[in-house]
Design a protein around this ligand. Structure first.
Ligand code: ZN
Length: 415
């Protein structure tokens, strides 16, 4: 028995919500077409907060089953699949296959009657996010002329894409007006085949005989196959977290419900720590942070200037290795990474040969005689490490500490 794909002509006879069975032209993505054609027994549409019910299980193949009625939302429309149990078996996945919702269980289950339980917390997370997305998209569409072009609903991150660039002033206003809708606690209603629905911009032309429509007062009315909350007040909180330019539009990241609260709490915790460290109020933090950054930049500049003054002394103090045909000057002590190559070059010019600088296992070789790359290769070959370069300069990292004596032995043996 299959309750999930009903012939077009029978739709109006079996479901009280279906008022007409004529073909309604609408743009939906092809892979979504099945969900609009097969909604009769989908309780997550009409009873979205029903989390437990007895179902008939029919095995499709192995651990894949279909159930009647459908209480688990499948992975479609940007909303992840529900989790839960059917009798003793855990639901590991829920996909649309040939118009049917096929559940994958963690083990085979004999056909028959079982109690199905949807993981309530998981559903409430995704349904809160999805319902919030309807409100954000509806307000953006009606009040700011922003078309929704894409949606992603996750547990810890959600995005809605608008077709135009928006700034934080607009985003903040959309967020405030969305919270007004939450506070009004409007019912989230399911209807079928109503005209004048909002349709996402990435949908392609296709015709379907039954369109599931989600209505939230006069805020939004859109074609949708997802699971939502029963009313907007159940969302509790909507937070817009980030804006990102995407082609000509904007990707808005947001959270809702408990996830929004958890995010706000984490932010508040960070702010408490920053206020404590800076000894100021939250409103004074941006100025305090900018002042600290400027001070840090000035200090870094001064430190660079002082290191530059020290370098000639390091050149004078470089230990010399005499090899056939020239000299190698070696410096082995802590030098900022950015000065390694510069100091090696200064030493090589001073001895008119090769300069080697090693600091915290970082090595720089500069040469105006022998190949710097070959000298580095000899040291790495003996001690381990990696690096490369050219005949005049080479850089790398050593696997272990090295002494002047080790460098002398390596190079005097090889050169
Ligand atoms: Zn929806």
């Amino acid at each position: 028995m299959n309750f999930y794909v009903q012939p077009c002509s029978s739709v109006s006879k079996i479901h009280p919500f279906v008022r007409q069975s004529r073909v309604v032209p609408i743009t939906v993505v092809k892979e979504w077409a099945s969900c609009y054609n097969a909604g009769e027994m989908r309780l997550y549409w009409t009873k979205p907060e029903l989390f437990e019910i007895d179902v008939e299980v029919e095995t499709v193949e192995g651990c894949d089953v279909v159930i009647d009625p459908a209480i688990f939302h499948p992975d479609e429309g940007g909303q992840p699949a529900d989790q839960g149990m059917i009798g003793p078996a855990a639901v590991c996945g829920a996909d649309i296959r040939d118009g049917r919702i096929v559940l994958t269980l963690d083990g085979p289950l004999s056909d028959g009657k079982y109690t199905a339980r949807v993981d309530q917390a998981h559903r409430l997370y995704t349904a809160s996010h999805h319902t919030a997305q309807h409100i954000l998209s509806g307000i953006a569409d009606k009040q700011f002329k922003l078309k929704t072009t894409g949606v992603h609903i996750g547990l810890d991150n959600c995005t809605v894409d608008f077709d135009q660039r928006i700034d934080w002033n607009t985003a903040t206003e959309i967020e405030r007006r969305s919270m007004d809708v939450v506070m009004l606690d409007l019912p989230v209603e399911t209807a079928f085949n109503e005209p004048g629905v909002r349709v996402r911009g990435d949908f392609k032309d296709i015709e379907s005989d039954m369109i599931r429509v989600v209505k939230i007062g006069d805020v939004d009315k859109s074609a949708c196959c997802g699971a939502h909350l029963e009313s907007t007040g159940r969302i509790g909180m909507i937070r817009i977290l980030g804006l990102e330019n995407k082609k000509e539009g904007t990707r808005v990241s947001f959270l809702a419900g408990r996830k929004a609260l958890e995010y706000a709490q984490a932010e508040a915790s960070v702010l408490r720590e920053l206020r404590k460290a800076a000894g100021c109020a939250s409103s004074e933090l941006p100025a305090a942070f900018e002042k600290a950054l400027n001070h840090s930049a000035e200090l870094a500049k001064e430190v660079n200037r002082l290191w530059t003054l020290l370098l000639p002394g390091f050149v004078e103090a470089a230990k010399i290795i005499e090899i056939e045909g020239g000299q190698i000057g070696v410096h082995l002590s802590e030098v900022p990474k950015k000065f390694l190559a510069k100091l090696a070059a200064m030493i090589s010019q001073s001895v008119n040969g090769v300069g080697i600088v090693v600091s915290e296992r970082k090595i720089a070789v500069s040469s105006c005689s022998k190949s710097a790359k070959e000298i580095l290769g000899q040291i790495i070959g003996a001690l381990g490490g990696k690096g490369g370069g050219s005949a005049t300069t080479a850089n790398g990292g050593l696997e272990s500490d090295i002494t002047f004596e080790q460098i002398r032995l390596i190079l005097q043996q090889k050169c």
